[in-house]
Design a protein around this ligand. Structure first.
Ligand code: ADP
Ligand code: DAR
Length: 388
């Protein structure tokens, strides 16, 4: 049994067989043939999906020609299929995007469908484009967005990371979930200073504590049908959990959608302070864990919407006048590449007039530029609210 707490984690930690970097072992090899029965199932489901009125990017870009080109392919290291990638979008025609990568190689093996979706979602990041090297800059360039606390309830900056040599959710074995949890916990429990904290595994967490953490927007929700059908809930809740520091303004999610989500958040609108705290956490963990980064795509994540910087800077914000003029709010959001969501993130409603507004672009620009885009956009929304 795995028990993660500061004092005795090493005594209870299970020493795992070192997972050889399977990418090296299979590098350059062709994946196995797709099972004939699976192929028939995939073709039947694609024909049904093609007849839906889905508005997802998957529906728009997965033409019969591209489907036929990719349906027999598999990735060399984990034998991931096209169905691993598109199952969520086939099951949920109301998806906005509808596709996930089952492992790092999928972005290349199934590039014919990923590339056009990446280009459209990330506003023009072409398959010939290269994501820039990381450049975080400094939070001092981003003054408090709302020093009088008139509009912003809280500010949060997060990024996702994948651990080198491990596949993503659909291909992880139960042992690999446990391995990842153990490796990440060891790194997290080595953090010092303001980052010093404790890891709480989801397995065994009492339901009232779990619900309170979700209601306080610290912990990820459960039962997201898009993630479940994407293969992200296998062996749940084993291998999943949350780390937080003493002040609960630095959090890390383990094995939810990505292997790791590194989060800094606090009440109010001090984006610069929140951003600096996230940078410090990412850099400290980056010294302990080898993150998976592609030469062209930047940091690799389960969902293509998080590639590149994988950074989302968001505010929970109340803009009652703009809220009454949804068209104006959306027009400004589009102009500044902002995403307007409900209070609990995607596929949720705004409660009490509180929207979650964040940068939409994460790829083809640096971390600093993504944060600046959000900072400028939120400033513009607040100005429009004051002048409405
Ligand atoms: P994803 O990008 O995968 O949709 P997020 O990183 O946006 O997920 O995390 C969504 C969760 O973070 C939701 O529970 C949401 O309530 C919370 N959240 C997002 N922004 C803020 C914020 N500014 N303040 C408090 N909680 C936030
Ligand atoms: N709900 C899925 C994924 C969209 C991006 N959000 C993530 N990755 N959490 C959709 O296609 O709408």
């Amino acid at each position: 049994m795995l028990v993660f707490s500061r004092g005795n984690r090493l005594r209870f930690g299970v020493i795992f067989r070192q997972t050889q970097c399977v990418n090296c072992r299979h590098y350059g090899k062709k994946g196995k043939e797709v099972d004939k029965e699976l192929l028939k199932e995939m073709e039947k489901r694609y024909q049904i999906f093609a007849k839906t009125d889905s508005k997802s990017l998957l529906k728009k870009h997965l033409t019969q020609e591209i489907f036929d080109k990719l349906k027999t392919r598999t990735t060399p290291s984990f034998n991931s299929t096209l169905l691993h990638c598109i199952n969520s979008g086939l099951c949920n025609p109301d998806s906005g995007v509808g596709i996930y990568a089952p492992d790092a190689e999928a972005y290349k093996v199934f590039g014919a469908i990923f590339d056009p979706i990446i280009e459209e979602y990330h506003r023009g990041f072409k398959k010939t484009d290269k994501h820039p090297e990381s450049c975080y800059g400094s939070g001092k360039d981003f003054p408090n967005l709302d020093p009088d606390n008139a509009f912003i309830v809280s500010t949060r900056v997060r990024c996702g990371r994948s651990v080198q040599c491990y596949p993503f959710n659909p291909c992880l074995t139960e042992q690999q979930y446990a391995e990842l949890q153990y490796k990440l916990c060891s790194a997290l429990h080595s953090l010092e200073g303001e980052y010093f904290g404790t890891y709480m595994p989801l397995a065994g967490m009492d339901k009232s504590t779990q619900q309170k953490l979700i209601d306080d927007h610290f912990l990820f929700k459960e039962g997201d049908r898009f993630l479940e059908t994407a293969g992200a809930s296998r062996f749940w809740p084993n291998g999943r959990g949350i780390f937080f520091n003493k002040k609960k303004n630095f959090l890390v999610w383990v094995n939810e959608e990505d292997h790791i989500r590194i989060i800094s958040m606090e009440k109010g609108g001090d984006l610069g302070k929140v951003y600096d705290r996230m940078i410090g956490g990412v850099e400290a963990l980056g010294k302990k864990i080898e993150f998976s980064r592609d030469e062209r795509l930047g940091f690799l994540t389960f969902c293509p919407t998080n590639l590149g910087t994988s950074i989302r800077a968001s505010v929970h914000i109340k803009l009652p006048k703009l809220n009454a003029d949804k068209e104006k709010m959306q027009q400004l959001a589009d102009e500044y590449h902002l995403q307007v969501r409900g209070t609990s993130g995607e596929h949720s409603e705004a409660k009490g007039g509180v929207h979650d507004i964040s940068n939409k672009r994460r790829m083809g620009l640096t971390e600093y530029q993504a944060i600046k885009e959000m900072h400028d956009g939120i400033n513009a929304l607040i100005e429009a609210e004051c002048n409405a």
